[in-house]
Ligand binder design. Structure first.
Ligand SMILES: *Cc1c(COP(=O)(O)O)cnc(C)c1O
Length: 456
């Protein structure tokens, strides 16, 4: 019979840990109970441990659990749309409106003119259509949902075939693969062409009276180079329209601005380009290069958008008022900009900050760290757009290079992740790097403080 006397009491340990963790007492108690149950099994299986070490292990476990609570992080990785760090930070205007809408009532589905029930997202849908220079638009929870919803709407039991080039059967991320998305939607995939080459004739030969649509998927997270070929979108569009079939493109990243004007990187196709070239519906993410909230925008032909909105599944993936608010402010930000100006959205600011500005900030930060027992230098670095967008784009940046004395790089990285706010950088070339392109200027002082705290 195992001896459980060395197990601490739930009451005493929970009380002690609540005091030091700032977590709600019932949550700590629940956590402690779960861990003690595990310890009971471990002891029954013959593991040997005393009370102090069990208490210590549970305390560390609670610290780890507590750090998983959603909280602000300083992104010093240089990856602008960092999927693990929440993709796009919101602009000032969005966050101010958000707090007003979130903490009160709003006209979400209420017409203030006649006092009757109103149309949800009506303003946003018109603003999106104007920005994208097209007939109609709507938004759902994310781009993946937008794609599934669009496919479900456009296929029927008689016409369920979706034609896709073999060069575009991509995995978007997290195991989300185009063939599987099609299957989930009830569509039958008709693959055409080869990985590197698809011709117009391949599309033409695949069209039958069971074809529901032709789908193009933007290769947003990889490049195809070398012996490659594909027809122009305008050619595919003419072919589709001759047969009365819609042409849909999943663009993914949703760059509304010309990326090549923001940073020394390639031109990412915009939804406006795609629609102008004859795509009937484009689909893209709200929180990649658009720089808004997580959302999936669907835009193009008014009849098709109307059908999508009346599909019952639309209800299951529609946006809540908080997302609608943020997206509305973000789209207004774009519309309020004239000519070559760009909206004040963090993603666009980060893309376009001059290297010289980053260097001045780096010098200012390092000048405050001269007393530390670490070598801190400034070096050239590269930034990426991230989030599965523009994998080839390398944007010049500046990083603080930290080489600590008497502390491993792994330890330094870990300690910085435990400061408040957490600071996330990366180890490269036998140093710890803090890339400033993705750090808000208002966070520079926090970086100084974190380094002082960890290295002193
Ligand atoms: C990122 C991406 C998606 C998924 O977007 P979410 O907003 O994460 O749902 C879909 N298609 C393409 C081409 C993408 O790049």
């Amino acid at each position: 019979m195992p001896d459980f006397r060395q197990l601490p009491s739930v009451e005493t340990l929970s009380k002690h840990l609540t005091g030091e963790s700032n977590l709600p007492r019932p949550l700590v108690t629940g956590f402690v109970k779960r861990r003690l149950a595990e310890w009971r099994t471990r002891l029954a299986e013959g593991e040997v441990a005393d009370k102090a070490s069990i208490e210590q292990e549970i305390q560390r476990g609670l610290q780890d659990f507590s750090s998983s609570r959603l909280q602000p992080v300083i992104n010093a990785t240089g990856v602008i749309i960092h999927t693990n760090l929440g993709r796009s930070p919101l602009g000032q205007r969005a966050s101010e409106t958000l707090s007003k809408i979130a903490t009160g009532y709003s006209n979400l589905e209420f017409n203030l003119l006649d006092g009757k029930r109103g149309k949800r997202a009506g303003y946003l849908e018109t603003a999106l259509a104007v920005l994208l220079e097209t007939e109609a638009a709507t938004a759902v929870n994310n781009c993946a949902a937008a794609l599934v919803l669009t496919l479900r709407t456009l296929i029927s039991s008689e016409k369920n075939e979706v034609i896709v080039s073999r060069g575009e059967l991509v995995e978007i991320g997290g195991g989300f693969r185009i063939p599987e998305v099609l299957e989930t939607s009830g569509a039958k995939l008709v693959e055409v062409g080869a990985t590197n080459k698809t011709h117009l004739k391949d599309y033409a030969d695949a069209i039958s009276d069971r074809t529901a649509l032709i789908l193009k998927v933007h290769r947003s997270n990889f490049y195809l180079e070398g012996f490659t070929d594909e027809p122009d979108v305008t050619e595919i569009s003419s072919l589709a329209h001759q047969h009365g079939i819609p042409l849909v493109e999943d663009l993914g990243s949703g760059a509304v601005m010309h990326t090549d004007q923001l940073a020394p990187i390639d031109h990412e196709p915009t939804p406006q380009d795609a629609l102008r070239n004859g795509i009937d519906l484009v689909i893209f993410s709200g929180d990649k290069l658009l720089g808004g909230p997580q959302a999936g925008v669907i835009a193009g032909n008014a009849d098709l958008v109307g059908r999508i909105k009346s599909e019952p599944f639309f209800r299951a993936v529609r946006c809540d008022k908080l997302i609608l608010t943020v997206l509305q402010e973000c789209i207004d930000d774009y519309l309020a900009c004239k000519g070559d100006a760009k909206p004040r959205l963090p993603v666009l600011d980060f893309l376009s900050t001059p290297v010289q500005d980053l260097r001045i900030r780096a010098e200012n930060i390092s000048s405050q760290l001269e007393a530390l027992s670490a070598r801190i230098t400034i070096e050239e670095a590269l930034s990426r757009t991230g989030g599965g967008t523009m994998p080839r784009a390398e944007i010049p940046s500046v990083a603080l290079r930290v080489e600590p004395d008497g502390m491993s790089l792994k330890n330094l990285a870990q300690s910085l992740r435990r400061t408040t706010p957490a600071v996330v950088g990366y180890v490269s070339d036998e140093a710890f790097l803090l890339n400033l392109r993705t750090v808000f200027p208002s966070q520079d002082q926090s970086i100084v403080n974190a380094l002082l705290e960890v290295l002193q």
